[in-house]
Design a protein around this ligand. Structure first.
Ligand code: GRF
Length: 225
């Protein structure tokens, strides 16, 4: 069931979304490769209207809605979310545009097993409106980051990043679009590093335990010529 012809058992991954799910699609598609070290076993949304739910279903992934509005507290919602993830035998949680603040208790329950993608070169530009803030500051390099999740917002050991140039005339939309393309290359790479055991947490940072598996590291997007 979860074995590949060439290697060890694939890690079972659950994806959390709240919206359109384009990063989710990039993970699902990457995991279709027989040598990818993870399989996507479920997609869970806290919003019933999330566009990503239909996209996941088309790709044959079981989906579930756990509507946070149906719960009296953040903790009660998370109990249900945790139950669903563990019910699917999830070993790694991948947040992909999951727009729900999580309690420290929930985050610690998935310590070093929950990752997130953020559209900036962390630790710069935590929080929302990253592209507008980068444009306002006149930075010449933006990018995206995949990191292990810690209770503090957009914090945690950094697994991988891609740098993206800010071009003259960029608008929030044009910069967001260029960074999103980079995200779609970065996230499958970073998940592969975690699922294969190549990326390991040591203290506050990630170290590479062995040579990255069969994945191209997209350090810059577009690629430098
Ligand atoms: C992405 O930009 C991601 O970095 C951020 O939320 C956005 C989600 O987009 N956390 P999508 O739902 O994956 O298309």
């Amino acid at each position: 069931m979860s074995t590949t012809t060439s290697g060890p058992r694939r890690k079972r991954v659950g994806i959390l979304i709240s919206g359109r799910g384009s990063n989710m699609v990039s993970l699902i598609e990457a995991a279709q490769a027989p040598d990818y070290p993870a399989e996507i076993v479920c997609v869970i949304s806290n919003r019933p209207e999330a566009g990503g739910l239909a996209r996941a279903a088309v790709l044959g992934i079981p989906t579930q809605v756990i509507d946070h509005k149906a719960f009296a507290s953040r903790e009660a919602f998370e109990v249900e979310l945790d139950r669903a993830l563990r019910g699917h035998g999830v070993e790694i949680v991948a947040c992909a545009g999951f727009m729900r603040k999580m309690t420290a208790g929930f985050v610690e329950g998935w310590r070093d097993a929950m990752i997130n993608i953020h559209p900036s070169l962390l630790p710069s530009y935590k929080g929302l409106h990253t592209h507008a803030r980068a444009l306002e500051d006149g930075v010449k390099l933006a990018g995206c980051t995949v990191h292990f999740v810690r209770p503090e917002l957009d914090s945690g050991p950094i697994i991988a990043q891609v740098a993206v140039p800010v071009l003259d005339g960029d608008t929030e939309d044009s910069l967001a679009g260029r960074i999103l393309e980079a995200e779609h290359r970065l996230y499958p790479h970073a998940l592969a590093l975690v699922a294969s055991g190549a990326a390991a947490v040591e203290g506050d940072r990630v170290v590479m335990r062995k040579l990255p598996i069969n994945q191209t590291n997209p350090l810059f997007w577009p690629p430098l010529s």
